[in-house]
Design a binder for this molecule. Sequence first.
Ligand code: XMP
Length: 327
Amino acid sequence: MDSNKRPENMERITTAELAEAFIEEQVKAIREQVKDGKVLLALSGGVDSSVVAALLIKAIGRNLVSVHVNHGFLRKGEPEQVIEVFRNQLNANLIYVDAADRFLDKVAGVSDPEQKRHIIGEEFIKVFDEEAAKLEGIHFLAQGTIYPDILESEKGIKAHHNVGGLPEEMNMELVEPVKLLFKDEVRVVGKALGLPDNMVYRQPFPGPGLAVRCPGAITRDRLEAVRESDAILREEFAKNGLAGKVWQYFTVVPDFKSTGIKNGKRTFDWPCIIRAINTTDVMEVTVEHLSEELIDTLVTRITTEVEGINRVLIDYTPKPPATVEYE
Ligand code: XMP
């Protein structure tokens, strides 16, 4: 049987009972697979890797070594929050690696989307390999791969960093307990595992992070514009009761400039694109229509507070024909 194929008779996990049964089954499977071995986990702090971390902590406790890599493409305040929740509150065996400069140097000048994803994915694996080498005796690598990642990678739509790409010489066996689940099921499992709501209902975030929202060759200044505008968008969504209600929302700063006027002077700056969408299974998405008042606030705040932005655009395209992310 192809272990990357969801069995046709597999029931959709929609209730606490079904989640409990899944957890029990996975805890058993993880223990059988890893025995007394140590497992290294790429803990991004997103829903998928957080649920995998909680499952593994339940199954093997301190033998799970979680590594949080700050690749420089995380959202504002995110590395700090991961440390707070996992190290301070959940007492996880957590290693924090600040690799921002290393990743930014690697993708400098690279404009092809698939190449960017591959470089970031490869660098991730290198960082984990280095951490594993320092730790000694780690033979397993856990990943937060979910079913849409597998389906879309198979169709060649996108090369997700967390599917395949593991160099054979790395000599690590994969542990992917949620790889047959859809996103909504991962959340039900997370809730049943007792993870806090702000983690379980957190919007999804791609592995390569803000790198895919800074289309083309990434520069530090444009990346900062993405990070700052994203922080403003999240703040305004929270204020307006939309956080946790809208499935995913973010900003994109494309690599082209247009003319504008700021403080009576001509500017030549980037536009900032806002994308807010809803879905249940990520295969198809619909757009969230924003109120005129919220749009006005976002336009004012983003153009005045974010360096390098002189225009705000809204992307009202569903999936298909567009994908969620721009790259
Ligand atoms: P697309 O752009 O494929 O996005 O329509 C579907 C969902 O997947 C997220 N996404 C990723 N998640 N690693 C991930 O774990 C990735 O490389 C990746 N790329 C996209 C995206 O944010 C959306 O929720």
